[in-house]
Design a protein around this ligand. Structure first.
Ligand SMILES: Cc1ncc(C[n+]2csc(CCOP(=O)(O)OP(=O)(O)O)c2C)c(N)n1
Ligand SMILES: [Mg+2]
Length: 316
């Protein structure tokens, strides 16, 4: 993932690129950072979108193509075949090296308790899709989930609709022909549509809920920490949540909780064991865990907080 909370190596690769092919992204501030000029500098941008209004909207000076992606990709694949092979191994090796140097699992060096990026990697399993709600858990998922085969990642992205996760998971489960679907949700957003657990039960949907409970509206709390002198109004202060395992049990959904990384693999295996049953796994995350790297407001994509050198990261 690139952008404000993107993988460090991906943003660095973007920063070094000289040609960018943008497929169906509106290039909003989450992708480019607030410094649009730095995003544009030194590269040609080809922007492909089905909506003319999106092209040269935020990022100007792009070479625009108005097209649906399926025919566009078919056409450029044909054109590439005619043009013959090009050796890009040097560039691909450079990206692979960046990826090795800046692993997502090393970003939160001082996190207390379960490292959420590591958690995401441990959720790999035989599922049709991963769906998220909105918040820090969504960013950790986007940074660190490892998709295989035709697995899909469904998230509301820039729309940021907190509470959309459970209804989205219901839709994805209905479209996935009985294959299990994982919902990654936060304790705040999950409370917005918690009543849809009954829809899950009534329709016997195989939705595996992984609920990251950090006891707060974490993404906004992190913002308050960075920019509002740790005044945690309405995110920690004056915020509460129910006992989610007991709520799930009341709906007849099997539920468990983990508080340490050692318990995680067994709990995930148990959650995935019956592919046809819904389940809930509550994972305790430290209230002060943050999403990193993050582009400081107004800074270019390649300057991400914390400003660590690879050596400092590897040394821990
Ligand atoms: C309907 C709605 N209200 C408020 C927000 C702003 N907002 C974005 S993330 C977030 C916190 C989400 O908290 P939680 O679900 O616990 O996830 P966490 O960030 O802690 O992982 C809030 C309040 C939003 N995106 N949508
Ligand atoms: Mg939370």
């Amino acid at each position: 993932m690139i952008g404000t909370y993107g993988n460090r190596w991906a943003n660095m690769a973007l920063g070094r690129s000289d040609c960018l092919l943008v497929l169906g992204s509106r290039l909003d501030i989450r992708q480019t950072g607030a410094d649009v000029d730095a995003f544009k500098a030194g590269r040609t941008i080809h922007h492909v979108d089905c909506d003319l209004g999106e092209i040269n909207n935020r990022v100007t000076g792009c070479a625009g193509t108005v097209a649906q992606l399926r025919p566009f990709i078919t056409a450029i694949a044909d054109a590439a075949e005619t043009a013959g092979p090009t050796d890009r191994s040097e560039w691909l090796n450079e990206i692979a090296e960046l990826r090795r140097t800046w692993p997502d699992t090393m970003e939160l060096r001082e996190v207390v308790g379960i490292n959420p990026n590591v958690l995401m990697r441990r959720l790999a399993g035989p599922v049709a899709a991963y769906v998220t709600d909105v918040g820090q858990h969504q960013m950790w998922a986007a940074q660190s989930l490892q998709l295989t085969g035709d697995q899909r990642f469904i998230t509301s992205g820039g729309l940021g609709a907190m509470g959309s996760g459970l209804p989205l998971a219901v839709g994805v489960a209905l479209a996935s022909a009985g294959k299990p679907v994982v919902l990654i949700a936060g304790d705040g957003g999950f409370q917005l549509n918690i009543q849809e657990l009954q829809t899950v039960v009534r329709n016997s949907l195989p939705i595996k809920i992984v609920l990251l409970n950090n006891g707060c509206h974490g993404m906004v709390r992190q913002f308050q920490q960075s920019y509002f002198d740790e005044r945690y109004v309405s995110t920690s202060w004056g915020y509460s949540a129910p006992d989610f395992t007991r709520v799930a049990s009341a709906y007849g959904i099997a539920a468990a909780q983990v508080t340490s990384i050692d318990e995680l693999d067994d709990a995930v295996a148990k959650l995935y064991r019956d592919p046809s049953a819904p389940g809930l796994l509550e994972v305790s995350i430290d209230a002060l865990a943050n999403v990193y790297p993050k582009i400081a407001f107004g800074r270019p994509l390649t300057e991400m907080e914390p400003f660590a050198s690879p050596i400092a990261l590897e040394g821990t």
